[in-house]
Write a protein that binds this ligand. Structure first.
Ligand code: CU
Length: 306
């Protein structure tokens, strides 16, 4: 009986290179990495695991920019495979296994740490109602593992962000489907103020009306909800003032829909600023993440881009 097998999608992302937080797109040729692996049969480690359905994803070169520093882009063409428990259920902790390989299927053995972690994994439901930012641990032989929890039935997209040793950051897109009835998506909320526990977050975009392809300043104005004063207890989160993930609402979600922006180094007290651009018109969801005295505040907003 292969009922659950159908629950997992095999996905290869299109190889579109997009740039993060930069005004000018970086051009890149789709050059495959050379490498002759003849005669070396990769035994794709199933140690201790039964045969499980996997999802494939092609990683695309991702020119990482911080504070206007442009890394030259050299495509590396890695791929990632996701293995999930065939008995996966909504709202039950489960282990994800992600194997990172080169195009020939050879495990990539070494990775660099960036932004304090060896892999950043963004998990969203395909309607973008659910968001989680987790950090798999590295085992060996290209394999990462993490325990997580998909809150509801439905389709999920995972953006795995990693950096093969000495190379550029890559983002591979993975898909998982949790069996059962998908819940209805919540209505699109374009409100730019949110209260999250003790924190009031105001999103300020300039220009206020966002046009595709334009440089946009995305500022989060964070206040203490009890006294309406700018936050004084903001601490670095993963080495920066804050993190901003932006995903364009699309079906299916692909690598091109994912933007990870980096916080500017300076901003007035209680504010965290990012520069980015939205490549296409559409509805985008933004998740700003900040560290308030050791507690991570995630503020999400929808933005309509013309
Ligand atoms: Cu991370």
């Amino acid at each position: 009986m292969n009922y659950f097998t159908s629950a997992f999608l095999l996905i290869a992302t299109s190889s579109i290179l997009i740039t993060q937080g930069c005004s000018a797109p970086v051009k890149s040729d789709e050059t495959k990495q050379m490498g002759d692996h003849n005669g070396h049969q990769m035994n794709h480690g199933n140690g201790g695991h039964e045969q499980m359905p996997t999802g494939d994803a092609v990683g695309n070169d991702h020119s990482e920019h911080s504070q206007g520093h442009h890394t030259p882009s050299t495509p590396t063409n890695t791929q990632a495979k996701l293995t999930v428990d065939p008995e996966i259920k909504p709202n039950v902790a489960t282990n994800l296994v992600i194997d990172v390989q080169d195009k020939q299927g050879q495990a990539i053995p070494k990775f660099d740490i960036f932004q304090e972690k060896i892999m950043h994994l963004i998990v969203v439901s395909d309607d973008l109602d659910f968001f989680s930012h987790i950090h798999p641990t590295y085992q060996e032989n290209g394999r990462f593992v993490v325990e997580t929890n998909f809150p509801q039935s439905g389709n999920y997209t995972l953006f795995s962000d990693y950096k093969p040793a000495g190379q550029n950051e890559e983002v591979s897109v993975l898909k998982a489907q949790i069996p059962g009835q998908m819940p209805a998506s919540s209505a699109l909320d374009l409100n730019r103020t949110k209260t999250l526990g003790e924190t009031k977050v105001n999103l300020v975009l300039s220009p206020d009306k966002v046009k595709a392809g334009q440089e946009v300043s995305v500022a989060f104005d964070l206040k203490d909800n009890t006294n309406n004063q700018p936050l004084t207890d903001l601490e670095p989160y993963l080495g920066e003032l804050g993190h901003l993930v932006i995903i364009k609402r699309s079906s299916p979600l692909t690598r091109a829909d994912y933007i990870h922006a980096h916080a500017s180094k300076d901003a007035p007290a209680g504010e965290v600023h990012f520069m980015t651009s939205f490549p296409q018109p559409g509805k985008y969801k933004l998740w700003g993440q900040f560290n308030r005295g050791g507690e991570i505040v995630t503020a999400d907003f929808w933005v309509d881009v013309e």
